[in-house]
Design a protein around this ligand. Structure first.
Ligand code: ADP
Ligand code: MG
Length: 578
């Protein structure tokens, strides 16, 4: 039997004359500027991580690959360079792939590098150690997928993966590296010849002048125009250009969730609380790195029949997906915004009552919102609004802290309560609205930026990634995790209709002491039951710039099923809660 899957002890290279595929891979990654790798090691990539760490790539080791992947994706989103995830074969690969798929859906650039088993027994399905046709699994879920079988091909594979991750619409890329390729030995002098410095890794893609002219004319004639910013604009780091455009035109803006803070949520032209008015009344809406997907239709509001869209996006296939786009501007946002600015006439035709109407509405909505927080300020036990009322001023006093946020009610209510004033300071469960990005995103955000992070997590959401709080602790990151414990998914008062003593499907543990979990890993921990305690704990935790966990005790009845997306449930059960 002559498969290459035989039991031979791996050979060591004779350094410095010889190198392995792993040496080549690390050097190729360094050459394109990769300085951080998130992952979880085991056969066949343990040595690879050791080499990476030795050669100037920070290796951040996790407890679960999915969270390492969420970290890589967040790193990619915040830095405009691909985040790198390293996984082992089979299950490790699959665990990581969920994050790479999520990155692809959200247009975050990342590269999942996975070791994979020897090809021959996989292709003949003979049953080998961690045998799985990983490339085939990855392909439908990622932007691009490649396998590299020979060490000579590694530098090209890395450059291609890098280009695929960040060029055009960013996304997740899978790079499969077989065990024999990782361990293959080459003469160092031959390997040296393989490397090259790639030119212009993320080329500008300016829009066509006719497209810009069409958009500028439509916008200049608009009576009730609005900008709608998406996380593509946050990713593209074009806040200065947007500021100039908003100042020059006087047109109000509405940010999608992760675009909050591109321009201040509380700025004079922010129409954050006027979403439905914009949907119903605006005559021209400029989509800037935002998609007209489920988050901008169906239960999330209805556009008027007469609204015309200008869409600035890098992906030509995005145009017209749900609504006709009157003026598509396909190109990278930096180029497109420059071109649009240059093409606008001196005189706009905005209705002089449009902005004052939105501003009056904003004032009214803000007053109502403040009243709601005040009305709940003393609730005992606390509910979501009580807790958020305590958190709001602390976050306002720390504007440069990055907020990570997931949950159902915890997501919706936090997004509505906390104003953002700086771009790329809000990271949430985004387009798929998934749970289970929390701890990974905290790590990615803290490592990529060096800034402090506060995560506001529902108790259920935290459960998906909770063990990786230990990663925050091992790497001593300035991250505070705040857990809103209402004892369940949506809330803690679900009813088991069989009455057999089992918890209801939505019921978790209202008495769980998540702070003790933090204690296990040496974090500073707090258990709080009042807004005053919460405010003090959060202030202290942020100031400490060290790992901290705050268990916030809410009432089990705080929160409703599905938060703001109850309309997506197939039917409403009357008896689901008491
Ligand atoms: P949101 O959820 O905030 O609405 P989406 O993720 O739905 O944002 O949309 C982001 C859009 O931004 C995507 O259609 C993507 O193609 C686009 N995009 C990403 N990066 C750029 C860029 N550099 N230039 C132009 N468009 C971009
Ligand atoms: Mg909950």
């Amino acid at each position: 039997m002559a498969t290459s899957d035989t039991n031979t002890t791996p050979k060591a290279p004779e350094y410095p004359e010889q190198v392995t595929g792993m040496d080549i891979l690390v050097r190729a990654l360094r050459m394109v500027g990769i300085d951080t790798m998130y992952g979880l090691v085991g056969i066949p990539v343990t040595e690879l991580a050791y080499l990476a760490q030795d050669r100037g790539i920070r290796f951040v080791g996790f407890r679960h690959e999915q969270q390492a992947g969420m970290a890589a994706a967040t790193h990619g989103y915040l830095t405009k360079t691909p985040g790198v995830l390293l996984t082992v074969s089979s299950l490790g690969f699959l665990n990581g792939l969920t994050a790479t798929a999520n990155a692809t859906v959200n247009c975050y650039p990342m590269i999942q590098i996975s070791g994979s088993s020897v090809r021959e027994p996989i292709d003949l399905q003979q049953g080998t150690y961690e045998g799985l046709d990983q490339l085939a699994m990855a392909k439908p879920l990622v932007k691009a997928a490649y396998r590299v079988n020979k060490p000579e091909d590694i530098p090209t594979a890395v450059v291609r993966a890098y280009r695929a991750a960040i060029s055009g619409r960013p996304g997740g890329v899978y790079l499969d590296v077989t065990t024999p390729c990782l361990g293959a030995i080459m003469q160092g002098a031959d390997a040296d010849k393989l490397f090259y410095q790639p030119v212009d890794l993320c080329p500008a893609m300016p829009p066509a002048p006719e497209a810009v002219k069409r958009a500028a004319e439509l916008l200049a004639g608009a009576k009730k125009p609005a900008f709608l910013f998406g996380k593509g604009a946050a990713y593209a780091q074009v806040e200065d250009k947007l500021k100039a455009l908003v100042e020059r035109t006087g047109i109000p803006y509405y940010p999608m969730s992760m675009a909050k803070g591109i321009l201040p949520d509380n700025g004079p032209l922010s129409a954050l609380s006027c979403r439905s008015t914009i949907m119903e009344e605006a005559d021209v809406v400029v989509l800037v790195g935002a998609r007209l997907n489920w988050l901008l239709s169906r239960g999330h509001g209805k556009w008027s029949d007469t609204v015309k869209f200008i869409q600035l996006d890098i992906d030509p296939e995005e145009i017209d997906i749900n609504r006709p786009i009157a003026a598509p501007v396909v190109g990278d946002l930096a180029s497109s915004l420059d071109a649009l600015m240059a093409a606008l006439p001196a005189k706009m035709n905005m209705d002089p009552t449009w902005v004052p109407t939105l501003q009056a509405q904003t004032k009214e909505k803000n007053t109502k919102f403040a009243q709601r927080l005040a009305a709940n300020a003393d609730a005992m036990p606390m509910n979501h609004w009580t807790a958020l009322g305590a958190i709001k001023p602390v976050m306002a006093a720390n504007p440069d802290v990055i907020l990570v946020n997931e949950g159902a009610n915890t997501l919706d209510d936090t997004r509505d309560t906390l104003d953002m004033t700086l771009p790329r300071h809000r990271i949430d469960c985004a387009t798929w609205a998934i749970m289970g990005m929390g701890m990974g995103s905290c790590v990615g955000a803290a490592v990529a930026t060096g800034k402090s992070v506060v995560a506001i997590e529902g108790d259920s959401a935290f459960g998906f990634s909770g063990m990786d709080f230990s990663t925050i602790c091992r790497f001593k990151l300035p991250v505070t995790v705040v857990i809103f414990n209402n004892g369940g998914i949506y809330n803690g008062i679900g009813v088991n209709m069989a009455g057999n003593g089992d918890p209801a499907p939505t019921t978790l543990d209202i008495h769980a002491r998540y702070d003790k979990l933090g204690e296990a890993f040496g974090a500073k921990t707090y258990y709080v039951t009042t807004p005053a305690e919460l405010s003090q704990a959060l202030t202290e935790a942020i100031a400490s710039k060290a790992p901290a966990l705050i268990d916030v005790q809410l009432g089990a009845d705080s929160g409703k099923e599905s938060g703001h997306i109850g309309y997506l449930n197939p039917a409403a059960l009357e008896k689901i809660t008491v």
